[in-house]
Design a protein around this ligand. Sequence first.
Ligand SMILES: [Zn+2]
Length: 101
Amino acid sequence: MRKPEIAFASAPLLGTRVEIDGLTYELVRADPYIRVSDGRPTYVLTWRGCCARCGGSFDVKTGLRAQTINKRCRTHRAPGRPATAAAKIRWARPKSGPTGR
Ligand SMILES: [Zn+2]
């Protein structure tokens, strides 16, 4: 089973860095919000990362847990295709994402 790339019990401190598939993401925002599905408080985390293609910085939002995180800026994003061969994503059955995007 694939481990979630993002998995926090509560909101990490701003400036927290995570490294995913060789790319570093820095937490720039953490906004509390009430999850619609069960009414529980949670957070929307905004991470700043560098595009795997051009190296440009971009922001990406996740919940406290996320199976995966965008690896590329808006220009180079290609949904459903992994940025690198190492980042092959195999979802048995993708549920609606934590951000409801
Ligand atoms: Zn790019």
